[in-house]
Each structure stands twice: as structure tokens, then as C-alpha cells.
Design a protein around this ligand. Sequence first.
Ligand SMILES: NC(=O)c1ccc[n+]([C@@H]2O[C@H](COP(=O)([O-])OP(=O)(O)OC[C@H]3O[C@@H](n4cnc5c(N)ncnc54)[C@H](OP(=O)(O)O)[C@@H]3O)[C@@H](O)[C@H]2O)c1
Length: 327
Amino acid sequence: MDERTFHRSDQHASVIGLGTWQLGADWGDVDDKEALAVLEAAAESGVTFFDTADVYGDGRSEETIATFLRGRPDLHVMVATKMGRRVEQIPQNYVLDNFREWNDRSRRNLGVDVLDLVQLHCPPTPVYSSDEVFDALDTLVEEERVKAYGVSVETCEEALTAIARPNVASVQIILNPFRMKPLREVLPAAREAGVGIIARVPLASGLLSGKYTKDTVFAANDHRNFNRHGEAFDQGETFSGVDFATGVEAAAEFAALAPEGCTPAQLALRWIVQQPGVTTVIPGARSPEQARANTDAARLPELTEGTLSAVRDLYDRRIKEQVEGRW
Ligand SMILES: NC(=O)c1ccc[n+]([C@@H]2O[C@H](COP(=O)([O-])OP(=O)(O)OC[C@H]3O[C@@H](n4cnc5c(N)ncnc54)[C@H](OP(=O)(O)O)[C@@H]3O)[C@@H](O)[C@H]2O)c1
């Protein structure tokens, strides 16, 4: 699979990576055997970038990645983790001593001396304007705890504030056919600055697969059940912030735009890969079959102008008004 470069840190990632939140928790049950099989399927299909976080299953996702990579020393996978959401969400917690402690735990969980990439995990907005925070992140690099650092953001404004910092290697942001504002506001600035873009929630939590109906029920321990209105964390993380009923109807229309030989989920991934400035896309696969289907999207032909403009038209008509004011 093609790889792209995080220019500021000179690291490389497959254009389609793997998100591993679902291997920790919050997406219903995924047992350890299935979790390892998902990692194996992704790696065998050419994925060289895993995204995780210290909070996913309170370390379970990181530990599962470590177990997998220990058994496959032949693989070179860049592992990006995140920190900051295991404590109360106040700016005062974003200090060097805490960063060191959080990094040390992730280094243990992942079984590495130096973390490839650590991202602030959607911190409170004032954190992005704090010189002390970015000085502390520079210290982590100097101390060789991390090779590079980045941020995972909720809004375009947060992304732009972070991109202006000289040593931010990556910005992780929601980008998909139901979340287009970053195309206009963030990707051009990131390209110009050489900051990598990690596109998350690429399938709008599965909506863009077109497989749900308005009657679909998700497990009690699945955020698509318990966070629909932002009860546990930002509402924008579940179904990309799109109201479920609207999303199901729009997804049916989206599915009809998929070219022959391409599933709706693959159309969504192919669409993201094609946006200038994207470094890697990180779909969350819950089975080896999903992992393989997602990586196949990287090998599909470029989408035509006709398909691109139909996807844009669908967004403008059905989705834009719901999401652009907030994220
Ligand atoms: N704040 C943050 O930094 C943050 C927040 C959210 C996510 N993330 C990262 O982004 C990654 C991806 O986002 P996400 O997992 O939230 O959402 P996503 O990738 O948009 O959606 C994942 C869901 O899509 C469905 N799916 C996946 N592959 C499929 C396929 N080939 N065909 C049909 N359906 C498919 C599955 O739904 P079913 O379970 O219904 O099959 C899966 O649970 C996460 O794993 C995590 O690494 C970061």
C-alpha cells in the first residue's frame, strides 16, 4: 500500500491505517482473539499505522497492539497513541509531570522505550494556546520519551491553532463525506506547514457503510447507543455529530453513489484518501473482514469528478447545516 510522510517528523504511514478504539472498549464486546485477528488482517493487507490511546479500554487497546507486535518482529508499524483523557478535563492537568507519567504508562503498555507519536487527546480548548504545554511536549522529545507529538482536535479552530506551533507533527481530525469543513479550513494550512493529517471517524461510526436502518439497535456498551447526544464525550464523535435518522437517510443516498466494485464504506475511504493533505485514514474495523475491505479501498481507482461532485452535493443538501456551525 502507498505510504505518505509526516514531514515534520519524517515518519511514514500507509494511506489507510487502523483505528483501534474498538479493540479497547465502547463499541460493544470484542474479545482478545478477535482483536488480534483484526490487527493481523490489517497488517497483512499493508497497514503500517495503528492509532490507539491510553484511555481505550484503560490500556487494553495499547496492550493488545503490544502483544500483536511482539509476535511479529518482522513488521514495521508506526503506533500513534494519545494522552490526557484519564483525568478530569481541566487545563491545569496538562503539565510536564503528568505528561511524563502518562507517557511512561503508555511506554509500558506498548512495550517500547520511545513512543512513535503521542497526541493530546481532544484537550480543553485553552490548552492549544498555552506556551507551557508545547514547551513540555518539546521536553518529551528531548528526553527521548517520544519521537514526535501531535494533537487530536474537535474543531477546525483548534486544528489551526495547533498547526501554527512549530513542532506539532500531526493533527487528527474528523474528516469524511459527512464532515467536510476541514477541507476548506484545515487541510490547506496543514499542507503548507508540513503537518500530517490523520483522518478519524472516516465512516461516520459506520453510518457511511449504508448498512443501518432507523431501527438498528446498538449494544448498551456501544457509544452509538450511549453517546448519541454527547452524554459521555463530544457529540461530534458519534455518527460524526449527524442526527441518526438524518444520517441513515443520507447514507442510503450516499450508498447509491458507489461505483461498481466499490462498497459504500470503500467509497468513503477512497474519497478521504483522495483529499490533498491527508496523510492517513484510520477506520475502526471490528472484524478481520472489515479490516481487509477497508485496506482494499486504497487500491481502488481515483473517483471521477462526477462522483466527487455528487458526494459534495449530498453533503450540501442534507448534512452541512447540522455540523458546520459546531465543528
Ligand atoms: N478523539 C479522538 O481522538 C478519537 C475519537 C474517535 C475515534 N478516534 C480514532 O479513530 C478511529 C476510527 O474512528 P471510529 O472507530 O470512531 O469510527 P469509524 O471508523 O468511522 O467507524 C467504525 C465502524 O464502522 C463500521 N465498519 C468498519 N469497517 C467497515 C466495513 N468495511 N464495512 C462496513 N462497516 C464497517 C463498523 O461498524 P459495526 O460495528 O456496526 O460493524 C465499525 O465499528 C478510532 O478507532 C480511533 O482510533 C479518535
